[in-house]
Design a binder for this molecule. Structure first.
Ligand code: SF4
Ligand code: SF4
Length: 246
């Protein structure tokens, strides 16, 4: 058993802005949602393809195939890394992430792993599998961050930390030990913090927010990764002076 307070202390020591833990489990709701969503999006792409075929335009290749792959690993960390009992999530703000956030965040998680091994022994991870991730494997990062009690998923579909906002990067360290206590502060109603606010919905130039099901293919960030409009307007990204973080 790893004591959560130790993870918090060591996490801060290696320079993470926040850290949380959740018990590794099958995320059934996400699996069901994703299956329905891939089906609905695939149907829409097929319709678009058919229309383009009829007009002689080139048919665009579906870009969501990667999401349909690795479902068993994506929805259950214990399948991705055998023996996993705890998903540790580290948070780093854009400000502290440097030029290459993958590298910065991963190196902090490696440091944290080493510090935890010092306290609890080598067996806290499965050395035969990659067990540190940042944007690079089938890991539902936002959901695990939420399950770890670090924040919630907003109406803009971003993970939002209550004090750091949404301009944060997430990384995970899969641990082969239980953490006590587990799932500290999990938000029972993840949508509640957004209640009464519609700023991101109103600001989205493509009008894709607040519409179910969420059609990510119409989101500018899906193509370019460079649209932050729905995050720049979010009150959770305001600092004390009243200015927005970016
Ligand atoms: S990233 Fe841009 S296009 Fe996508 S939901 Fe946000 S504001 Fe809309
Ligand atoms: S802008 Fe408002 S509704 Fe949108 S994510 Fe932020 S708090 Fe939630």
């Amino acid at each position: 058993m790893i004591v959560f307070e130790d993870i918090q202390t060591l996490g801060r020591k290696v320079g993470l802005d926040d850290v949380g833990c959740a018990e590794a489990d099958y995320v059934e709701d996400d699996a069901r949602f994703m299956e329905e969503w891939i089906q609905a999006t695939g149907d829409r792409q097929q319709e678009t393809g058919n229309r383009r075929q009829a007009t002689g335009d080139k048919i665009e290749e579906g870009k969501l195939h990667y999401l349909a792959k690795n479902g068993d690993k994506r929805y259950d960390p214990r399948v991705l890394v055998p023996g996993t009992q705890t998903v540790l999530v580290g948070v780093l703000t854009f400000e502290h992430s440097g030029h290459d956030y993958h590298r910065t965040l991963k190196s902090k998680l490696y440091e944290l792993e080493a510090a935890l091994k010092n306290e609890y022994g080598e067996n806290i991870v499965n050395p035969d599998y990659q067990h540190i991730f940042c944007d690079s494997a089938p890991v539902l990062e936002r959901r695990w961050a939420q399950k770890a009690g670090l924040g919630f998923i907003g109406k803009n579909h971003a993970f939002i930390h209550p004090t750091l906002g949404s301009l944060v990067h997430l990384g995970e360290l899969f641990l082969s030990e239980k953490c006590i206590p587990n799932e500290i502060g999990v938000s029972e109603s993840p949508e509640r913090p957004c209640e009464g606010c519609t700023k991101c919905i109103e600001a989205c130039p493509n009008h894709v927010l607040g519409v179910e099901p969420w059609d990510v293919t119409r989101c500018i960030a899906y193509e370019t990764n460079h649209c932050l409009i729905c995050q720049n307007c979010c009150p959770f990204n305001k600092v004390e002076s009243g200015e927005f973080r970016v």
